[in-house]
Structure formats: structure tokens, C-alpha cells
Design a protein around this ligand. Structure first.
Ligand SMILES: [Zn+2]
Length: 267
């Protein structure tokens, strides 16, 4: 069966006989591996350009017994130039890799594709504060994947949050409990941790994590073109969200990581 779809190229993997597998996040089929004899190399052909990572393209495929083969391809929009700025490239690579790991195989997720495209477009326009835009992607991706942290009640006892009794911010954020937790539950957990040293991931950020997450959710990605979150806040939020994504999506280390740690936040 012949078909076509638009999509973003995640990466290429070398295959035997000079062939390549192109991992593409397609609109119609979700994340798929597409066999191709098009080589990236020095080729400047339309198809060779369209199978580079960071490319949004249109792909003509032949589908046979669950295998996808590339017939032809053309670039709709290339974000390859993000690679000209090292900082930009690092954050864009991180988000591309994260998106790849968060997506299941062969399950269409058009909202995630549109989010990824909005992220790449915003990164192209942005001059500084790339981590802020990466965070916007991460929070929105969690929402699309139905995995947003619990923000309106305690993740342990379920008691509804009372902002007036909390000096403007929730007591803590517990990764394993799926979101914010109240003061009483934090105390119990701290005592438990004292006894058992279970190494639970509980954070007590200096900022109101609920307000920041809601802010990211409400605004479109393009609104962050000119927004730069304060460095410490961005770094701490990144540690928390990253742990959270790791925990719920079973994502190990990412190749692009090490650059996006608290110590080396470069925004
Ligand atoms: Zn509680």
C-alpha cells in the first residue's frame, strides 16, 4: 500500500547493505522506523535533505506487512540551522530525544507533533533562555500524554489544596506520589525517610510550582519566544520535571543529557 504523511525526523540508524532506518514521528502513524536507501552523506538531493534530523517533511511510504519503506521525501521546513548555535542545538536535541522516548511505537499523536513543531519554530526565533522553552515543551507534553502531575490536591491523602494556608506555595512535590503533597504528609514522609532511607524524590522548591506549571499550560509555546525564566527557578523546575518524566515514562539517561543538569543550566 502506498501512502504519504508529514512528520519530523528524530534520527537515522545505519542498516546493512548501505541502507538506513529513519526514525520519523509521523502524523498518520506516530513514531515509525522507515527503511531507506537514501544516504545523508554529501547528498544534497531533495530526499537526502528531508531525512536529516530536525526536518519537518512530507514522506511517501510503501507499507507492507507492518514495514515502512521510503519512496520519496521532501522538506516542508528544515530546522537544521538550530545546529549553528551550540546552546540551541543542545536544548533542541534534548527535547527531540525526550519526545522520541516519551512516544510509544506506531500510535498517532498529532497533538504531540504539533507541539514539537511549535517548539522547533519558537527555538528558531528565540535568542536566549532556551531552557524556558524546553520546559514549556515538557509541561505541555505531559498534559498531552495524560500524565500531568496532581496540582490541586495532596497526592498522598487527597486533601484539597488550600493556598491561603500555605504561604503561597505547596509544601512539597513528590515524584512517586505524582504531584504536590500537603504539609502533614510531608512531615510523615520525612520521618519515614529518616528511618528507612528509601531515597524518595521529594522536592521543596522555593517557588510556587503549581503557578509556574499552570502558566506553562495556559500560554501557547510561541508566547515563550521572549520569556526567560529566572535561572535558579528554571534549573530547579527542570530537575523536578525531568525526574518526574523519567519516573513515569521509564526513560533512562539521554545521550543529549548532562548538559541539562542543574549545574550547567546555560539559559
Ligand atoms: Zn496529604
Amino acid at each position: 500500500m502506498y501512502t504519504d504523511t508529514d512528520g519530523v525526523v528524530f534520527r537515522q540508524v545505519k542498516a546493512p547493505a548501505g541502507r538506513r532506518m529513519i526514525l520519523i514521528f509521523t502524523r498518520k502513524y506516530g513514531k515509525i522506523s522507515v527503511g531507506s536507501s537514501v544516504t545523508e552523506g554529501k547528498g544534497r538531493s531533495k530526499a537526502a535533505l528531508a531525512v536529516r534530523p530536525f526536518t519537518y517533511g512530507r514522506y511517501d511510504l510503501f507499507v507492507n506487512r507492518g514495514y515502512y519503506d521510503l519512496n520519496s521525501a521532501e522538506v516542508k521546513k528544515s530546522y537544521y540551522s538550530l545546529g549553528e548555535d551550540l546552546d540551541k542545538y543542545m536544548y533542541a536535541s534534548f527535547v527531540l530525544e525526550l519526545a522520541e522516548k516519551m512516544l510509544p511505537e506506531e500510535a498517532p499523536q498529532p497533538a504531540m507533533l504539533d507541539l514539537l513543531l511549535a517548539f522547533l519554530a519558537s527555538m528558531e526565533r528565540k535568542k536566549t533562555g532556551y531552557l524556558t522553552t524546553a520546559l514549556a515543551f515538557e509541561v505541555k507534553a505531559l498534559s498531552i500524554m495524560g500524565a500531568l502531575p496532581v496540582l490541586d490536591r495532596c497526592g498522598v491523602c487527597g486533601r484539597k489544596r488550600d493556598p491561603s494556608a500555605e504561604k503561597g506555595k505547596p509544601a512539597a512535590f513528590s515524584v512517586a506520589d505524582g504531584g504536590i503533597i500537603c504539609r502533614e504528609c510531608l512531615k510523615k514522609k520525612a520521618a519515614e525517610e529518616e528511618r528507612n532511607r528509601t531515597g524518595q524524590l521529594i522536592y521543596t522548591p522555593k517557588f510556587d510550582i503549581v503557578s509556574i506549571i499552570m502558566y506553562f499550560l495556559k500560554k501557547p509555546v510561541s508566547a515563550f519566544d521572549s520569556v526567560v525564566l529566572e535561572k535558579e527557578t528554571a534549573g530547579e523546575l527542570q530537575r523536578i520535571i525531568r525526574e518526574y518524566i523519567s519516573y513515569y515514562f521509564d526513560i533512562g539517561n539521554l545521550k543529549s543529557e548532562g548538559i541539562i543538569t542543574g549545574q550547567t543550566v546555560t539559559c
